[in-house]
Design a protein around this ligand. Structure first.
Ligand SMILES: [Zn+2]
Length: 216
């Protein structure tokens, strides 16, 4: 099974990627992991990527694509994989399609985690970080009544990333970037949406249910 997982920030994509890949016994391949592996392994691509990151610049598409190609060529990815964080746009999706075609492969499925914006805001804007130990609490899910850490007593604060305005902006950026990608895969007939609200285990179950018809 070769699949791509897409979803907005706050949809629990990283966690679901882990569970789904492990349920399907395929490697979870995320661009974050690939970057870290190349940089810490000191590969040529890693060194090149690092020159951009050190300057605070975005790593160019060609470098990302070359890293993805290397990773997908590895033995453990020959019978399937779950891609997380790639492709990000239609040109990358076309490159991926051609890459797989060269190897006699094709994507089976693109799973889209669907969460409504207000739900994402509710999840993320409720987060409070402990200024002393860094632990994260949730005003609603942890039933936090005070602004002190239960573990160390440190003062809790809301990170800028967790402010509603920032979250809504990230959601807008995501929509603009991802809508064409989702439409592209819908056209290809391999897009399936999964409701990503509710407990983690339930979302995984729904995702596995959605994947079942596509497993040979
Ligand atoms: Zn603390």
């Amino acid at each position: 099974m070769r699949l791509v997982l897409v979803g907005p920030p706050g949809a629990g994509k990283g966690t679901q990627a882990q569970y789904i890949a492990s349920n399907l016994s395929i490697p979870k391949i995320s661009t974050g992991d690939i970057f870290r592996a190349n940089v810490s392994g000191g590969t040529e691509l890693g060194k090149l990527a690092k020159t951009y990151m050190d300057r605070g610049d975005l790593v160019p598409d060609e470098v990302t694509i070359a890293m993805v190609r290397d990773r997908l060529s590895e033995d453990d990815a020959q019978d399937g994989f779950l891609l997380d964080g790639f492709p990000r746009n239609v040109p990358q999706a076309e490159i991926l399609r051609d890459m797989l075609k060269d190897w006699g492969q094709a994507l089976d499925l693109v799973l889209e985690l669907v969460v409504d914006d207000d739900e994402v805001v509710r999840r993320l804007a409720g987060r409070r970080t402990c200024s002393q130990c860094g632990r994260i609490w949730h005003v609603e899910f942890d039933d936090k009544k005070d602004d002190r850490c239960d573990v160390c007593g440190g003062a809790l604060f809301q990170r800028d990333d967790d402010k509603e305005e920032t979250i809504r902006h990230r959601l807008e950026v995501y929509q603009v970037q991802t809508a064409p990608l989702v439409a592209y895969y819908a056209d290809e007939g391999i897009l399936v949406g999964v409701d990503a609200t509710g407990p983690v285990e339930e979302v995984t179950e729904r995702a596995m249910e959605a994947i079942r018809p596509f497993t040979g």
